[in-house]
Design a protein around this ligand. Sequence first.
Ligand code: COS
Length: 424
Amino acid sequence: MAAPRDEAGMSAYLSNETRKWQERAREVANRLVRPLAAKYDRLQEYPWEIKEGLAAAGLTGVWIPREYGGAGGSILDLCVIVEELSKACGGVGVLFAVNALGSFPLIVGGTEEQKKRYLPLIARGEKLVAFGLSEKYAGSDAGGMRMRAIESGKHYILNGEKKWNTNGGAADLYTVFAVTDPTSRSRRISAFIVEKGTPGFKIGKVEDKMGIRCVPVVELEADDCRVPAENLLGGKAGFGFKHAMMTLDRARPGVAAQGVGLAAGALEFAQVYANRRIQFGAKISSFQMIQQMLADMAMKVEAARQLVYASAWAVETEAPDTTKMAAMAKCFATDVAMEVTANAVQIFGGYGFMRDYPIEKYMRDAKITQIYEGTNQVQRMVIARNLIKEVGQLTHLESYIPVETQRGVNPEDLVAAEAVGQSS
Ligand code: COS
């Protein structure tokens, strides 16, 4: 049976609390974000007036637990807000969500003292946060990072660079990952909370971007940067990679929600345009080829939205398949975002290609969602690795597969397969 719907077409199985966040975000998006989106896209400047509006509406820190000054909302609350903001401007969607990404390491791995010190400031919107994982030579291979942190008395001395730091420059706090033990495989990396203004910590190159232009993306430089030892996340070295991965599991539904917002926003524009544009003496919305495009776009948006909700629920309930669900939602919804926004441009025809109208921006903003917080190739790798792990729960199916494959895996065959793989 189909889920009941309200007049806005949203699934009725969102709680009243979640709907409250959704309505509040929709109001801010339509009143404040949509009218300013083109201006800040053109200027490529941080829209402080929008950030103030988000804080005034109480949206900052919705994901932060109540005991640390937040609203104690769920990942689903975060996602519906991100969707509404992204419908109006993809840049503002990430401008908001990146603070969740930057603060999740504290939530999942911080000491009580660290949480008490920083989370209330983030919740009130007084401090913005950024997440410093990627480097020039370590993007998808996050574990291959080179930034070093060496313990020295009551400090760690950080040296190295970070790349593609979203919110960098605007942010006051940076969760920075660095190598503390180069000899270790699984305890190589640690995370640090670095405050803006720490001596030796600098904002480097500011990138000129295709999309999400209202949010800064910068290089970070640590040059003998002395970080107090009490800012080592969790107070113990060697857990940085694990905390980064746990953070990404929580944050990827939010990127997926950006994708849904962009796709849903572009679809709405395409619906309105197609119903007004007359060619060959008829509205183009009466042409079957346009109808098919609109129908496919709508199906994909709704499927992506439901996957976002399901992945947010998996994170919230700490379901065993959280990592896979988060990767599936991120990958699917952002691929949908790219496809749907490109098709919306197509429906707008020549007008769609012009900067005079908002639709081309959706397509430019969508592209990065397939790349950041793990490329969609990495998401597929994560999904596949989890599928292979799940085989252990499917032994009841083994007697149905060809007899010659039932005897188990012969290690000699694997060696041969690897040799074939290497030579191809
Ligand atoms: N939660 C908790 N721990 C995790 C985890 C998760 N989701 N995924 C991996 N780990 C742990 C593993 O259990 C393993 O721990 P041990 O060493 O104690 O056994 C460790 O982390 C290493 O895991 P793995 O061997 O799977 O790491 P890989 O180097 O193969 O890398 C990928 C895994 C590719 C998934 C990871 O590097 C990744 O996500 N890359 C993309 C990075 C990214 O998203 N960058 C964007 C930054 S934000 S713009």
